[in-house]
Design a binder for this molecule. Structure first.
Ligand code: AMP
Length: 398
């Protein structure tokens, strides 16, 4: 598999797939442009090398129809400002208009194609649509890590219809951090897994149990594990069909010498409500009609202790319902603990990433992934479909 800096891109039509699925407010103003900034190293490199840069991305879920509020216009404008150069948005992503605009391009020029998901062929990985996209390029560059776990036309299908493919610098960074941690970690290696459901993370848990020295489980998913250990968990979220699976993982950890840490106390309330009355109780004393919505202070102290000698930390999933202040302390305390540790720290995207940014600790974390779903699949030990497609494209060339 090749990276953009290993091929000749001078004067070439470089079709670059980024993940510009950025959050917008009701006025179509970008709320967080980190995904756009994350693409700058690849774009700047391509421009310095004298390529013609054609950018494509999706935004939101227009479901195969043109939805004006999901136009990439605000993204093109922001990118233009960040690059200090014009980024012309073409009002389509395939067809005459696009082909004419590309014909007029000179090296060092940037254009952006309109939202790929305005065509249903994108998410359906339709061959005809992938071929149309592929025909626009001499070389295809995939730098859309946030979308790499999807099999779509612009990141999987397209690789059959271009002469040459490579990855951009963001993809390289993401893969290097996760690969490094999972294949060759400096030990002790600690995984912290949280979030609402065990079902979403069971595969990642199983894969990580074979690699880590210590595993910390918090958030809503901890209650399925606590139930498996025989605790009464009141009305806390739990998945009955996974209690056995949780028990097997507890046994597996014991047999393989992985230390498993679960909450010892929690913040409980009768409802997920900012105004709810809360109590801090040991895990043995959860009232029958109450639910555990955050880890408690004793658990924070315990988890902090676990991180003390860690050399590699991977974290995915909040420790509680951190969107509500009353249940956010555990998650924020973990962010600070991870930021203060001397380990190489990797945070999965999605909610965990939001929590880190809210605490202002982003700069103290070694790497924050730009892709929630994609990084979770890496933790599960899977090869991402987009990466497999790039590998196959390269194999065919050799
Ligand atoms: P995930 O997408 O699986 O990482 O889950 C994130 C969500 O889990 C967040 O929206 C949290 O509010 C939620 N969550 C975390 N802890 C709990 C809990 N104890 N009970 C219910 N939901 C939780």
């Amino acid at each position: 598999m090749k990276f953009i800096d290993e091929i000749n891109i001078k004067n070439k039509r470089l079709l670059c797939r980024f993940d510009y699925n950025v959050p917008m407010d009701e006025n179509q103003s970008i709320v967080d442009d980190r995904r756009i900034r994350a693409s700058l190293p690849t774009i700047n490199y391509a421009l310095d090398e004298g390529a013609k840069v054609i950018i494509m991305s999706h935004l939101g879920r227009p479901k195969g129809k043109v939805v004006p509020s999901l136009s990439l216009a605000p993204v093109a404008k922001r990118l233009s400002r960040l690059l200090g150069k014009e980024v012309q948005l073409i009002s389509d992503c395939v067809g005459d208009k696009v082909e004419k605009a590309i014909e007029k391009m000179t090296p060092g020029c940037v254009i952006m194609l309109e939202n790929l998901r305005f065509y249903k062929g994108e998410t359906q990985n339709e061959e005809a649509f992938a071929r149309k996209l592929g025909n626009l390029a001499d070389i295809y560059i995939d730098d859309a890590f946030g979308n790499a776990h999807r099999s779509h036309a612009s990141n999987v299908g397209i690789t059959k219809f271009v002469k040459e493919c490579a990855m951009g610098f963001l993809m390289k960074r993401e893969l290097n951090y996760f690969k490094g941690a999972l294949e060759n970690p400096v030990r002790p290696f600690v995984a912290i897994i949280g979030g609402s459901k065990v079902s979403d993370k069971l595969e990642a848990l199983g894969n990580l149990l074979g690699k880590v020295d210590k595993m910390v489980i918090g958030g809503g998913m901890a209650f399925t594990f606590l139930k498996a250990q025989g605790y009464e968990i009141g009305k806390s979220i739990f998945e009955e069909n996974l209690v056995d699976g949780a028990r097997r993982n507890i046994e597996r950890a014991r047999e393989s010498g992985v230390k498993l840490y679960l909450p010892v106390d929690c913040v409980i309330a009768e409802a997920i409500d900012p105004k709810a009355v809360t109590k801090i109780v040991p895990i043995q004393e959860i009232d029958p009609n109450w639910m555990g919505l955050d880890i408690g202070p004793a658990t924070i102290a315990l988890f902090r202790e676990v991180l003390n000698d860690a050399k590699t930390v991977v974290w995915n999933g909040p420790m509680g319902v951190f969107e509500i202040d009353a249940f956010s302390r555990g998650t924020y305390a973990m962010v600070h603990a991870i930021a203060a540790s001397h380990a190489l720290t990797i945070v999965g995207g999605g909610d965990t990433d939001v929590a880190v940014h809210r605490t202002g600790e982003s700069d103290s974390i070694t790497y924050i992934s730009t892709g929630g779903g994609a990084s979770l699949e890496l933790l599960e030990g899977k090869t991402l479909p987009a990466i497999r497609a790039l590998e196959e494209c390269e194999e065919q060339r050799v």
